[in-house]
Design a protein around this ligand. Structure first.
Ligand code: ZN
Length: 408
């Protein structure tokens, strides 16, 4: 994969050799795994019928088909380095999509010092219920890597990370009716006791700007947006409306149950590992969702040579190092992290070939279903009773569903 010391955006997992860097890695892992509370809990599994409902509506490929000009992915799949008109276009598309769902959207603007001078950047933070005491964050970076000369300047970053951003928008649209349904049950006092553990937890999406290094990946030339936001939240006290339900009251970081980071997803046969002991149980929960989907024989999970997206977790292989990415500033501040990144990186990584042709549509479809069901189970959500209409109940969605079978 990437040679040590070569220019790059992320560092691959560190092997267990007695180098200074690997020692540092081990120490960091030890510190993080002791400092982060594990919050292990069992997630209530959706019924097969609920899984089928969630797998069909909205159509899981409609939002991720790059040949459909109105798909989320097509809107994001343009060169979009920070502080460019295209970056603003993509950011505004993300904002408008989430505002259409009536989510609370915050733009976290700042100016970053880069090797090319000062650059304006802005993270997007979208929250279903901004008054909730706690949140689970799903995140990805929406900037694409800057290259100074043509043709590399046309780099699209389909896996890096246009597809993960489109997946997050799909997730918001798929789960919004379920979140509304849960709120309705809570308001009516009908929610089960089993679900009370997550009743205070909302879904938040974070789209980071400035993840990519301009030149060489260093501590100061990389993850500009994540470094800014983690530091800002560390210094922000929880608003009193939330603080009364948190013991002890703390800063904004203390209200994050987990930060789940998606990166380099969309190519065929990803391999995802569990990188952190504190979230190994959560990794297992995602694997369980995939296993049940495979067993369900649903159309997206049938085919020859279907391989799991996940590397089986064992005591020996689960802690093989970590990959530097947007989660690091949060990890260092004690936030529990689940890093959904394929390793080795996609073959097209940081080349002009990371375009629509690098994406494998059946894989994108499966990712969408896995995330929908996993996050629904994480938050104790259930699909609303049949007959409830949602904005995605339009007949055209079925057309895309039929068409998607062609990609199997
Ligand atoms: Zn990259």
């Amino acid at each position: 994969m990437q040679l040590p010391g070569a220019p790059g955006r992320r560092r691959p997992p560190v092997s267990h050799t007695f180098s200074v860097s690997s020692l540092w890695t081990v120490l960091l892992l030890v510190v993080c795994n002791f400092s982060a509370a594990q919050h292990v809990r069992s997630l209530r599994e959706l019924s097969p019928a609920d899984i089928t409902t969630l797998a069909l509506t909205p159509d899981p490929l409609k939002n991720l088909d790059p040949s459909n000009p109105s798909s989320h992915l097509a809107k994001i799949l343009i060169p979009r380095p920070p502080d460019t008109a295209n970056n603003t276009l993509v950011r505004e598309y993300i904002v408008s999509t989430l505002k259409a769902l009536k989510w609370d959207v915050e733009i976290d603007s700042f100016v970053a010092d880069t090797p090319y001078g000062k650059k304006k950047m802005a993270n997007v933070i979208a929250t279903k219920d901004p008054k909730a005491a706690r949140r689970v964050i799903l995140s990805a970076h929406f900037d694409s890597k800057f290259f100074p000369s043509f043709p590399e300047s046309q780099f699209l970053g389909a896996t890096d990370s246009a597809a993960p951003c489109a997946m997050l928008l799909d997730l918001a649209e798929a789960l919004d009716p379920l979140l509304n349904h849960r709120q309705k049950l809570l308001d009516e006092g009908d929610e089960d006791e089993e679900d009370s553990e997550t009743a205070d937890t909302t879904l938040q999406l974070v789209f980071f700007d400035g993840e990519e290094a301009y030149k060489m990946w260093t501590a100061t030339d990389s993850i500009y947006g994540a470094r800014h936001l983690a530091e800002k939240w560390e210094g922000t006290y929880v608003p009193s409306v939330q603080a009364r339900r948190i013991h002890p009251p703390g800063n904004m970081l203390s209200t994050i149950d987990h930060l789940i980071l998606l990166d380099l997803l969309g190519s065929e046969r990803p391999l995802i590992r569990s990188y952190y002991l504190s979230t190994s149980w959560l990794f297992d929960a995602v694997v369980s969702v995939e296993k049940r989907l495979l067993a369900s024989q649903s159309s997206s999970f049938v085919g020859d040579n279907l391989q799991s997206f996940f590397v089986p977790r064992t005591q020996l292989t689960s802690q093989g190092g970590f990959i530097e990415d947007d989660h690091i500033p949060f990890l260092r501040r004690g936030v529990n992290i689940l890093h959904m990144i394929t390793s080795p990186f996609p073959r097209v990584w940081h080349t002009i070939a990371d375009d629509a042709s690098a994406l494998h549509l059946p894989t994108l479809r499966r990712w969408n279903l896995i995330f929908r069901i996993f996050v629904a189970e994480y938050l104790g959500l259930r699909p609303p009773p049949a007959g409830t209409t949602t904005r995605d109940d339009d007949p055209s969605a079925n057309g895309h569903a039929d068409r998607s079978e062609l990609y199997q």
